[in-house]
Design a protein around this ligand. Structure first.
Ligand code: MD6
Ligand code: FE
Length: 211
């Protein structure tokens, strides 16, 4: 009956997508300390979209591959273009937490090779998008939220599908894959606040299997 422990916290969002409230709360301080270490080696930066605008969300990565965007487009790259070196390695805690969360969402043996780290300051937002730069849409994506709460926009398979607004708090984990793997989603502009772990920011980790 191991399922009972988490039953009340597994909230279905759509077919193949679940919200695991507070799944990472116990590990949040250790996750945040690891993010600080990663950012010391590969600093957060506002990347440029192919259209020329800089993103309001600051990003860095860890793992074998990192997601990057510049005037040439989006891609996964084993090298941090700002440092010319490999991205920092993925802390074992990131991978183990992602595997456990995926397991709780009925995705067995998830082994991420890339982790995109997003940093939001008040006003920062992420417009509706699909995650489709990964080679393998069979694997789910595991998303871990830390710090200030955000309004997550969870849409449908068509851009025009009206998104649901889901409040994500520090420690919440979302897992989605299968029929929901290519849903449009985004994050509404972050509201001001003060969080004991992150100060006036939100951090989001998305763990992926990029190749
Ligand atoms: C964020 N998350 O929560 C942005 N993408 O800051 C994403 O864009 C995302 O949470 C794919 C899968 C899960 C996600
Ligand atoms: Fe995304």
């Amino acid at each position: 009956m191991t399922g009972d422990l988490f039953r009340d916290t597994v909230e279905p969002l759509a077919e193949g997508a679940v919200l695991l409230r507070e799944f990472a709360t116990a590990e949040a301080p250790a996750l945040m300390a690891a993010v600080t270490n990663i950012a010391a080696a590969s600093p957060f930066r506002h990347m440029t979209m192919p259209g020329g605008y800089d993103m309001s969300v600051a990003m860095t990565n860890c793992g074998d591959l990192g997601w990057v965007t510049d005037r040439r487009g989006y891609r996964y790259d084993p090298v941090d273009p700002d440092t010319g070196r490999s991205w920092p390695s993925m802390p074992p805690l990131f991978a183990s937490l992602a595997t456990r969360a995926a397991d709780a969402a009925q995705y067995a043996d998830f082994t991420p090779d890339a982790c995109l780290i997003n940093r939001y300051e008040p006003g920062a937002r992420l417009s509706l998008h699909q995650d489709k730069d990964e080679r393998d849409f069979e694997a789910p994506i595991v998303s871990i939220s830390l710090g200030l709460p955000a309004t997550f926009l969870f849409g449908g398979l068509r851009r025009k599908d009206r998104p649901r607004r889901i409040r994500l708090e520090s420690g919440d984990v979302v897992v989605w894959g299968g029929p929901s793997r290519l849903v449009y989603h985004g994050v509404a502009p972050l509201a001001d606040g003060d969080d004991p772990l992150t100060g006036g920011r939100r951090i989001n980790l998305t763990l992926r299997k990029a190749r």
